[in-house]
Design a protein around this ligand. Structure first.
Ligand code: DX5
Ligand code: ZN
Length: 212
């Protein structure tokens, strides 16, 4: 089996039993728990914040991969680090001072990632790529689960891989057993899947993604 990692997005989980859902994806073979934080400004939807992350932190030792879809994330980095995030991903479009925010994340001892919306060019990574643990290529417009995979993301993954041979490349949006293969071929190695994992048997779905 390849070294790809699967990060189920709890955006598609049953929020009334979030703790049990996290335990269930752990048992089903997930590598990361992908946690989508939305503020109703950067994206047209609202989800949850640091207190909810803190409440589920003791349910699993899986990596907490926190995807911040919020304006000016620099205001909340320490809160998310304290709540139990392991990787903190900010959007390139969400802050004027992207380099500074990355240093702020690293100062908390956590891993740092930058996410690009579908229309954002890869060039924005040129001067920060060596500071990053992960680049998140959004393959849908952020805000909602269950959207269709945007095909131009495949070329974008290749462009990020050309910038760095070693950075983790995560893809988020519309990932299924049908779309994951071409993203792996393009050079991605971490895959978020929300509706695909949570709409079936969790283990079967995660296994089918790992088969590529
Ligand atoms: C969208 C979120 C995704 C979402 C993916 O803004 O960042 O993580 O949960 O959902 P699916 O896998 O259903 O496209
Ligand atoms: Zn996400």
């Amino acid at each position: 089996m390849s070294n790809i990692k699967i990060a189920p997005s709890i955006l598609s989980a049953d929020f009334s039993k979030l703790g049990e859902e996290v335990i269930a994806i752990d048992k089903a073979g997930a590598d990361y728990v992908h946690i989508d934080v939305m503020d109703g400004h950067f994206v047209p939807n609202l989800t949850f914040g640091a207190p909810v992350i803190k409440a589920i932190r003791n349910k699993t030792s899986l990596v907490f991969d926190v995807h911040l879809m919020i304006d000016k994330p620099e205001r909340y980095i320490e809160d998310f680090a304290k709540a139990g995030a392991d990787i903190i991903v900010v959007h390139a479009e969400s802050t004027i001072h992207l380099h500074r925010v990355i240093q702020q994340i690293k100062a908390t001892g956590k891993k740092a990632g930058v996410s690009l919306n579908p229309a954002t060019p890869v060039d924005i990574l040129k001067y920060i790529i060596d500071d990053l643990d992960m680049v998140l290529v959004m393959s849908v417009n952020p805000g909602f689960g269950g959207q269709k995979f945007i095909e131009s993301s495949v070329q974008k993954i290749k462009d990020v891989r050309a910038l760095s041979k070693t950075v983790d490349i995560q893809v988020d949006g519309g990932i299924t057993d049908e779309t994951i293969g071409r993203c792996i071929e393009a050079g991605a190695n971490v895959f978020v899947a929300g509706s695909y994992v949570f709409s079936g048997d969790y283990k079967e779905r995660i296994d089918s993604l790992k088969r590529g």
